[in-house]
Design a protein around this ligand. Structure first.
Ligand code: NAP
Ligand code: ZN
Ligand code: ZN
Length: 353
């Protein structure tokens, strides 16, 4: 067992605080990773505050993990000590169902294992995430991070990157397609960068007028203030695809009305409370579709990382110390992040000394 330092929440109203625990001894196919950086996803905040009503405490969040391989099990063939690697939201799945066979582990029919707040399939132990100095993960769920990317900026690709990349690919974002991204937060800013790199015409929808300049710098061809009906109406019936990343309950109708015939809006934002049901006629008259999408499988996550390596894409980050995580959560709730907090895990090592 490996003594490990992390930060955990002990209850839904308790701030994150230092927590010591053990990582398992290496199984044959396990990789032990020294964590260097961990992104802060809004899902971490939902989980810490039990907004999805399934949190097991203590919870050590973190599923945007980048670090270097420290040790490998006897059966590991794909990874070497010192290699730059990443771990996202999943650390295991059944590997036998139809979805797993298709490389869609995020839709595993027998239940995947989340990087934190999951149950290890062998021991049943609760999984602990990347707000910690090391992780032990089966090599089948470890990703190669291109060495040309800044490792801190690459960390958010493991969730924010793949969660927007997957629907953009599934619904064919590319040249000749008009793609909307709703919300310029962690997911949204990756969506803008990725859709732009795929060659689509990208429109950012934001509630924050202060983000217009950044939206364009990040790759949006146009920026629309979503609270302004006039600006919204100017885009009626014109979108092939809208990826909605908003982390709060809101009215979907103004966005559905922007889809062209057969256009799709994909929900990836996962707020505590459901959105009000959209108007039926708004959907049926133009055969519009409302869809959802969950992160991405391991093969697609690797494809996304390689795509980012080729295009030099990383997240725009604000580096924080582990000790500042509770303040970071408060700022995230105010949409005051440009555009992803990333924890420098060295600061955790310092705190533990
Ligand atoms: P984030 O950084 O907090 O960004 C969310 C953005 O939504 C904000 O920056 C803001 O953008 C907009 N927003 C927030 N409150 C709003 C409100 N009341 N009305 C309208 N817009 C609002 O969060 P994130 O990390 O990107 O995560 C976004 C959501 O996706 C979370 O619910 C998270 O749990 C979920 N998620 C889902 C998956 C999946 O697999 N489906 C994976 C990861 C995360 P503007 O200021 O531009 O309006
Ligand atoms: Zn996430
Ligand atoms: Zn499966």
């Amino acid at each position: 067992m490996y003594p490990t330092y992390g930060y955990a929440a002990r209850g839904k109203e308790t701030p994150l605080a230092p927590f010591e625990f053990h990582r398992r001894d290496l199984r044959e196919n396990d990789v032990r990773i020294d964590v260097q950086f961990c992104g802060v996803c809004h899902s971490d905040l939902h989980a810490v505050r039990d907004e999805w009503h399934n949190t097991i405490y203590p919870v050590v969040p973190g599923h945007e993990i980048v670090g270097r391989v420290a040790e490998v099990g006897t059966g590991v063939t794909d990874f070497k000590v010192g290699q730059l690697v990443g771990v996202g939201c999943l650390v295991d799945s059944c590997r036998t169902c139809a979805s797993c066979a298709e490389g869609l582990e995020q839709y595993c029919e027998n239940g995947f294992v989340l990087t934190y707040n999951g149950n290890d399939r062998v021991s049943g132990d609760i999984t602990y995430g990347g707000y910690s100095n090391q992780v032990v993960v089966d090599e089948a769920f470890v990703l190669r991070v291109p060495e040309n990317l800044d490792p801190a900026g690459a960390a958010p690709l493991l969730c924010a990157g793949i969660t927007t990349y997957s629907p953009l690919r599934t619904w064919g974002a590319g040249p000749g397609k008009k793609v909307g991204i709703v919300g310029l937060g962690g997911l949204g800013h990756m969506g803008v960068k990725l859709a732009h790199a795929m060659g689509a015409h990208v429109v950012l929808f934001t509630t924050s007028p202060s983000k217009i300049g950044d939206g364009k710098r990040l790759g949006a061809d146009e920026v629309v203030i979503s609270k302004d009906p006039e600006q919204m109406n100017a885009h009626a019936n014109s979108f092939d695809l809208i990826v909605n990343t908003v982390a709060a309950t809101h009215d979907l109708n103004p966005f559905l009305g922007l889809l062209r015939r057969d256009g799709t809006m994909v929900l990836v934002g996962a707020p505590e409370h459901d959105h009000p049901s959209p108007q039926v006629f708004n959907l049926i008259f133009k055969r519009r579709r409302l869809a959802g999408s969950l992160i991405g499988g391991i093969a697609e996550t690797q494809e996304m990382l390689d795509f980012c390596g080729q295009h030099g894409i990383t997240s725009d980050i604000e580096m924080i110390k582990m000790q500042d995580i509770n303040t970071a959560y408060e700022r995230m709730l105010k949409s005051d992040v440009k555009y992803r907090f990333v924890i420098d895990i060295d600061t955790l090592r310092e705190a533990a000394r």
